[in-house]
Design a protein around this ligand. Structure first.
Ligand SMILES: Nc1ncnc2c1ncn2[C@@H]1O[C@H](COP(=O)(O)OP(=O)(O)OP(=O)(O)O)[C@@H](O)[C@H]1O
Ligand SMILES: [Mg+2]
Length: 259
């Protein structure tokens, strides 16, 4: 079976409040899926439920052919949580951070260092091994964090807003990088993003989430007024702001004459 993640009739409540309602979706191996939607729309909650950190009140998630709890134990799931602010004097090197990804691997320290170095090179950060993580730029920290996720050799990775604070050019090379790991390592990527214009150009599927899953499919059909309004309400014009947004060209064209 080609399916790596299946979400069926999923409803999640936190502190009695309905956060996700009747979500159904299916992700195939090697797909790159972007979860988009407004702040508080439930994106992080959906990822945390897929990792078995939150129990649904209804429905279920199957990942890697088993329950989230069992799947996590296999070590085949990578997770980059939503960014925490790292102090500049954070006392760890880039290499230390990547080695955290190997904490549960039963291999020698020497092997861990070799693997970590290999992945630092893979994400284009060779030479930064001993550099303090806190002093790296946002984009460099992102690369090192991705290396930390990849070093454990996962089959599926969840990245919660990996490109926040990274400029558009760096973002584009980041998406190229996701394509590369898909091709070379067969990794499935589920990522949260707020940059819907950029994301639309690079991903296989978009999941538009605001408590309900309002859209799930190819990015080309995502940029429709009724879908964007369900997700972002009346602020939809603010969301479609980027002049270089190729994927939402259709949207710009449709609304040009109506303003
Ligand atoms: N532990 C919790 N207890 C109660 N409510 C929570 C908890 N965690 C999150 N929530 C609420 O659940 C809703 C969804 O939060 P979530 O973090 O999943 O949104 P998000 O889509 O990731 O938002 P953002 O884009 O801001 O990261 C929000 O209203 C939030 O306040
Ligand atoms: Mg979030």
């Amino acid at each position: 079976m080609n399916e790596i993640l299946k979400i069926v009739d999923l409803t999640v409540k936190l502190n009695g409040k309905l956060i996700l309602e009747d979500i159904n979706l299916s992700i195939r191996r090697k797909e790159i899926v972007a979860i988009v939607g407004p702040n508080g729309g439930g994106k992080t909650t959906l990822i945390r439920t897929a990792l078995g950190l939150i129990k649904p009140v209804k429905g279920y998630i199957e990942i890697l052919g088993t329950t989230p709890e069992n799947a996590v134990k296999t070590g085949k799931i990578g997770y980059l949580p939503q960014k925490a602010d790292i102090p500049r004097n954070f006392p760890f090197s880039a290499l230390d951070i990547v080695m955290l990804g190997l904490i549960n691997k039963k291999i020698s320290k020497k092997e861990k260092i070799e693997l970590a170095r290999k992945y630092i090179q893979y994400v284009g950060m060779k030479g930064f091994e001993d550099y303090p993580y806190g002093k790296l730029s946002g984009g460099q920290q992102q690369r090192i964090s991705i290396a930390r996720v990849l070093v454990s050799d996962p089959e599926i990775i969840f990245l919660d807003e990996p490109s926040t604070g990274v400029d558009v050019v760096a973002q584009e090379s980041f998406y190229d990088f996701l394509q590369k790991i898909k091709k070379e390592k067969g990794i499935t990527t589920v990522m949260v993003s707020h940059d819907i214009g950029v994301v639309g150009k690079f991903v296989d599927k978009v999941a538009g989430l605001n408590r309900h899953l309002h859209y799930y499919g190819h990015p080309k059909d995502f940029f429709q007024k009724h879908i964007l309004e369900k997700l972002y309400g009346a602020d939809v014009e603010l969301v479609i702001h980027s002049p270089e947004c190729v994927a939402c060209e259709h949207f710009h064209t449709e609304f040009k004459g109506k303003r």
